[in-house]
Each structure stands twice: as structure tokens, then as C-alpha cells.
Design a protein around this ligand. Structure first.
Ligand code: ZN
Length: 318
């Protein structure tokens, strides 16, 4: 198979969302906030504290989708017991490894064993922290979703009051639930995801044998295809963030760019709305076999499906 570097940047409108909450203080649940610095019109810089959705939250959603897709293929790709349940402890110690793989694993060959037996940890990395530390870096890169430049000055976070009192019943006096607040926000958010297929299925940790392929070429191709199917489902179904049983946001992709290249080639930041144009300009100057797909209007599902299909045929053709 042909290794590729895939870069995805987008802008998504999310209304009435509580996708990434941090601590709760008493009966008050806080939305995640990050400081964002921007240049004002007079040339000075200002910090805005804005709502955000963390990269960890995005990674969780993508890995959950990978675990699911891996089990849908025929034959299913290996996923460890814990990742299968979307519990991403990812081989962090001996006990977890034993539970996840139903076996004691030799620390000498731990990366090799985990790569061959769990696609989620092959793609998304792990950190085994015992006397011997073994670290596998994720093969995909993502980060915070933040309000776009044009929406940032107008974003607010609003605490919404909720109650579950059952007035008129005997339960209210002793067991009535307190009123509670959930911070909700709305914004056009940025989105970033890069994927490098080079090290999928390969050892990376120990310098002596880094680069050694653990699975064969057709297995690797299968894994990358599962990853691509997971990315498609992840984006079309907006499978990032939490608290969606009662705070399911109204979500709509405004724009997106997907680039596929022979080696590292990233799409410029979608923070400002000219990123599609800047991506095209960059491609004219720097091109590593780069094919660029852009979406601004029309069917988002069709755009993604076509791009993913073309990427699949590209990785197969070698
Ligand atoms: Zn696993």
C-alpha cells in the first residue's frame, strides 16, 4: 500500500452545545474555556476566554469510531477488550494489559504485541508506565476546537437552569434533586485533524528496531481503510464531544478542506475564513503529490464520501 499524509481543516456551526464540560462546582457545570489571543484592528493584542472542545475529546470520539468500525469488517480487525468497550486506558500498566489482552505480556516485546492485537492502540498510541516505560505516539493529530476569528468577539457562555423536581409527589421533600445549571454555548468552531499512515503497523519506540513492520501489507491496508471509514462517520455524524443525550447541539459544517499528500502537507489554519484560498495558494507553491478537496456548499456527505473513496484508491494503487 501507498503511505499518505491526510490533513483536514473545517468550520462547523454548533448551536446550543455543552460538548465539553470541565468541573462542576456544586450544582453548576462549567463549559471548557481557553484563552485565545488575537490582533485587534489597532495592532494591539487581546486575550479572549472562549468556549472550546478539547483535542482529547475529539480523539476519544475518533477512537470510539475506529473500535466500532474495526468490528464491522469481515473478518473483524483485532481490538482489545477494553478499547472494544470504548474504555481507552490503553495499556497504561500491567494490570490493564492483562485485563485488555487476557494474558501476561512480555515487556520486551510489548509494543509489537499491542500493535498486532489492538488496532485502536496501533493507530491512537498508548503509554505503558511500569518499571519499563513504553510509549507509542498517536498516528493522528488533533487539537482544540475554538471559535473562529469572525465569531470569537461575540461568543458567550450562558448558564441554563434545569430542575427535576417532581412537585406534588412525596419524593420531593427527601429526595428532590437540586436545581442545577449547565453552561451552554453557540459558535462557529474550527476543526483540525491530521493523519500520517507511515507508522501504522510499525514499531516506533525502541531505536534498535523502530520501523519494523509488525503486520503484513494487506493487514495495514485494511487498518488504514478502517481509519478512513471511521473519519468519514466521525465527521458526518459529528461524533465528538459529550453530554449529547440532553444537550445534542444543532450542528452544521460550513466549510472543510481535505488534503492528501505523499508526505507531511498540512492545510492552513481555519481560524480565518480565507483558509480554503490559502490552502490552494500553498498547494501551488508546495506540492507533495497533494490533492486538495474543498467544501463550501452542497452536500457535505457527498463531499466526504468522494474524498474518502479517492484516498482509498490512492493508498491501494502501488
Ligand atoms: Zn486497546
Amino acid at each position: 500500500m501507498q503511505d499518505v499524509f491526510i490533513s483536514i481543516r473545517g468550520r462547523v456551526s454548533l448551536n446550543a452545545e455543552a460538548l465539553n464540560m470541565t468541573e462542576s462546582v456544586g450544582n453548576y457545570v462549567k463549559h471548557r474555556r481557553v484563552p485565545i489571543m488575537i490582533r485587534e484592528d489597532d495592532g494591539s493584542y487581546a486575550i479572549y476566554f472562549t468556549p472550546a472542545i478539547s483535542g482529547e475529546s475529539i480523539a476519544h470520539g475518533l477512537q470510539a469510531t475506529i473500535a466500532e468500525k474495526a468490528q464491522e469488517t469481515n473478518p473483524p480487525q483485532p481490538v482489545c477488550k477494553l478499547c472494544k468497550k470504548q474504555i481507552f486506558l490503553k495499556s497504561s500498566n500491567k494490570q490493564i494489559v492483562k485485563e485488555a489482552f487476557d494474558a501476561e505480556i512480555d515487556e520486551e516485546s510489548i509494543e509489537e504485541t499491542i500493535i498486532s492485537r489492538c488496532i485502536v492502540e496501533d493507530i491512537g498510541g498508548f503509554l505503558y508506565a511500569e518499571k519499563t516505560n513504553v510509549k507509542r505516539t498517536s498516528n493522528f493529530y488533533t487539537g482544540y476546537m475554538i471559535p473562529t476569528y469572525e465569531s470569537l468577539r461575540n461568543v458567550v457562555i450562558e448558564p441554563q437552569l434545569h430542575s427535576r423536581y417532581a412537585l406534588g409527589t412525596k419524593f420531593v421533600k427527601d429526595q428532590g434533586q437540586m436545581l442545577y445549571y449547565v453552561e451552554v454555548s453557540s459558535s462557529i468552531y474550527t476543526f483540525s485533524l491530521d493523519i500520517d499512515t507511515r507508522y501504522i503497523g510499525k514499531l516506533t519506540f525502541n531505536i534498535e528496531n523502530a520501523g519494523k513492520q509488525v503486520i503484513n501489507n494487506s493487514e495495514k491496508l485494511e487498518r488504514v481503510k478502517i481509519l478512513l471509514d471511521a473519519v468519514e462517520s466521525f465527521l458526518v455524524e459529528n461524533r465528538y464531544g459529550a453530554k449529547k443525550t440532553r444537550f445534542l447541539p444543532l450542528a452544521e459544517w460550513e466549510s472543510m478542506a481535505i488534503a492528501v499528500s505523499d508526505r507531511i502537507w498540512t492545510i492552513p489554519s481555519p481560524f480565518t475564513n480565507d483558509y480554503l484560498k490559502r490552502a490552494e495558494e500553498k498547494r501551488e507553491k508546495i506540492n507533495h503529490g497533494t490533492r486538495l478537496y474543498s467544501f463550501e456548499k452542497g452536500s457535505f456527505e457527498k463531499f466526504i464520501a468522494e474524498a474518502i473513496e479517492e484516498i482509498k484508491s490512492r493508498i491501494e494503487s502501488s
